[in-house]
Design a protein around this ligand. Structure first.
Ligand code: DON
Length: 310
């Protein structure tokens, strides 16, 4: 193990991880339930680390845009929490679901209140509430990501959004079901349009590591202004740790030991509070929807550096 000191750079560690990942067989399969994602090469791999001051290190395909998908749920949660505070928790829980990200089963027993903000049902509630407060949840998210990453070219991927709209029956079912309990405020088609555009945002590991760094800075944005209180940043990190990788969250905490959030585009962001934020991307997924090489790379990162929350 190389214990990181503050004067060490992350670059040699990232290069070592990329070499090890290159030699590791078995990459999983890209998501195919959103046809526009199925074509990505499972051997693509990129990883970036953003320090608190915005210095970024990267390796492999770290500047290649990919579909952020559920990684965006971290940012919509933060944007909504910043606006409405604890009232949000009357509409969505904070417990791991132990079920797949798109599962419907708990919703009926639990009266239309999703277990947490990172399963699809919970993310729909968060986007709905952000939509009510801003009138344009996806646009608000895009503005935030552009500002934090310093990349004005970040944008929605219309093809991915259209592909998901065309195959969106399950998310539509979740939206309508929760609306029947009074837990959705906007017309469901409006909500789904916002949610699919949110998920379609194309961004690179560098962009998403920089955008996640506010959580490593305990709630402070890149421009020095505060988005979340220190306590709220801790809360978001805690929910990432316990719920960010769905029914694999226990295994992810065991292997990686960091708050993390995955997406079916193959991206995972992770936070070392007070130190740095990371993003890794490789499109091949395991059966629970998490990037196989991405989890392996984060596992190696925390093992090699000794940086973890434990
Ligand atoms: O709603 C969906 O199914 C996708 N837009 C996002 C799912 C996702 O990324 C789950 N993550 N592992």
């Amino acid at each position: 193990m190389v214990i990181m000191t503050s004067s060490m750079t992350f670059q040699p560690i990232l290069e070592r991880i990329a070499e090890e990942i290159e030699r590791t067989p078995g990459r999983g399969r890209p998501a195919d339930y959103i046809p526009a994602l199925a074509a990505r090469d499972p051997h693509a791999f990129g990883m970036a680390v953003a320090e608190l001051d915005g210095t970024v290190y990267g390796v492999g395909d770290w500047r290649e845009p990919f579909s952020a998908q559920s990684v965006t749920k971290v940012f919509t949660l933060a944007l909504d929490l910043a606006r409405e505070g604890d009232e949000l928790w009357e509409h969505v829980g904070r417990e791991p679901s132990g079920n797949p990200f798109n599962s419907l089963v708990q919703l009926e027993y639990e009266n239309g209140i999703p277990r947490n903000p990172f399963i699809n049902a919970g993310a729909l509630v968060v986007t709905d509430r952000l939509q009510t407060r801003t009138g344009d949840a996806a646009g608000e998210l895009l503005r935030f990501l552009r500002a934090e990453s310093g990349n004005p070219d970040l944008d929605f991927d219309q093809e991915v959004a259209a592909s998901e709209t065309a195959h969106g029956d399950r998310n539509a079912a979740l939206g309508h079901f929760m609306a029947s309990y009074g837990n959705i405020g906007n017309p469901v088609p409006v909500l789904l349009d916002q949610y699919f555009r949110q998920c379609s945002i194309a961004a690179s590991c560098a962009d998403l590591a920089l955008a996640t760094a506010f959580l490593a800075r305990h709630g402070i944005r890149a421009d020095g202004t505060r988005l979340l209180s220190r306590s709220q940043a801790k809360q978001v990190n805690a929910i990432m740790l316990t719920c960010g990788t769905y029914d694999a969250a226990g295994d992810f905490a065991y292997r990686v030991g960091l708050p993390g959030k995955s997406g079916v585009g193959g991206g995972i962001v992770a936070v070392v509070p007070g130190r740095c934020a990371l993003c890794v991307w490789s499109p091949g997924l395991d059966e629970r929807g998490n990037s196989v090489a991405g989890v392996a790379a984060l596992d190696r990162f925390t093992t090699l550096t000794g940086l973890s929350v434990f």
